[in-house]
Write a protein that binds this ligand. Structure first.
Ligand code: URA
Length: 286
């Protein structure tokens, strides 16, 4: 049996062996060892962003759709967590152009059967689109119905809003790289489970390792929490930079959330201006 202390020792030894980051599938505190990692929290798709106007009182309770990881924290199931997957996609380290390595990884993803439910319900996998040399990578939550039908991330209503944000920044979709935490659509657009996110992490890490973006934007709670291994709300994570490997990471509200809460467009635009300024760019005048 792996104790909390034992798990921490294993993680520390991996760290000293040169592991720079990994999926923190569960927090490392001993009390988290009693938490189930197999449950998933239903949501209406990429809806896990809190109200940006939520009052910052001492211990605010998060809005219902900002509980992606937090809800799991309160589970009383007694299952021991599995150790995190720390797999390096071979495509990320092999020779060849970025384009060919991405194609090889995409071909493997297309055959993926790690998540039985997702593999049996998807129309196709949704790998990612954009430039293999992108300076900026966008990470969303998971494909929805439109993405499942077309094989391209962010093509539905939320995607159209994302494209408008991209254009407002002075970019085209083709010059950035867009992908998700998951490469398969969760049925009914429910939120990805921790296990699904962990299964897909090798692919995300592979894409990041091949593209080597200077900046990563996490759109919404699921992307931010999963990439950074955090349990913070998106409201607390937005507006500042984190680091992930060599990339600077900015987290902001998900476009689906903006569709339902247009007042959140203002903080998102603030975040985009922060990103552009850090890149030495200014948004084009409309
Ligand atoms: N479409 C995507 O590809 N990702 C999301 O997070 C939402 C819609």
């Amino acid at each position: 049996m792996v104790t909390g202390r034992g798990l921490q020792q294993i993680l520390r030894s991996w760290q000293s062996a040169g592991l720079s980051h990994m999926v923190r599938a569960v927090p490392l505190e001993p009390d988290s060892l009693s938490r189930s990692v197999t449950e998933s929290v239903p949501s209406d798709g990429a809806s896990s962003s809190p109200s940006p106007t939520a009052p910052s009182t001492a211990t605010p309770s998060p809005p219902a759709d900002d509980q992606t990881l937090m809800a799991r924290k309160s589970s009383s199931a007694a299952a021991l967590p599995e150790l995190p997957v720390v797999q390096v996609a071979p495509e990320a380290t092999q020779g060849g152009s970025r384009e060919s390595r991405l194609s090889a990884l995409a071909a493997r993803v297309a055959q993926c059967q790690r998540c039985q439910e997702l593999a049996s319900t998807r129309t196709q996998t949704v790998f990612g689109v954009g430039s293999p040399n992108a300076k900026v990578m966008f990470i969303g939550e998971a494909p929805g119905a439109d993405e499942d039908a077309t094989g391209e991330p962010f093509v539905g209503r939320a995607g159209q809003l994302l494209t408008k944000i991209i254009v407002a920044c002075g970019w085209t979709r083709e010059e950035i790289y867009i992908c998700n935490i998951l490469r398969c659509r969760p049925p009914g657009n429910r939120a990805p489970s921790l296990v699904e996110a962990r299964h897909c992490r090798e692919y995300l890490d592979g894409q990041i390792a091949i593209i080597q973006p200077e900046y990563i934007v996490c759109w919404g709670t699921t992307a931010a929490q999963n990439l950074l291994g955090s349990e913070e709300t998106i409201g607390k994570m937005r507006g500042r930079f984190f680091s992930h490997g060599k990339a600077k990471v900015l987290c902001t509200y998900h476009p689906s959330y903006l569709l339902r809460n247009p007042e959140a467009k203002k903080p998102v635009w603030e975040d985009m201006k922060l990103l552009l300024a850090d890149m030495g760019l200014t948004p084009p005048t409309p």
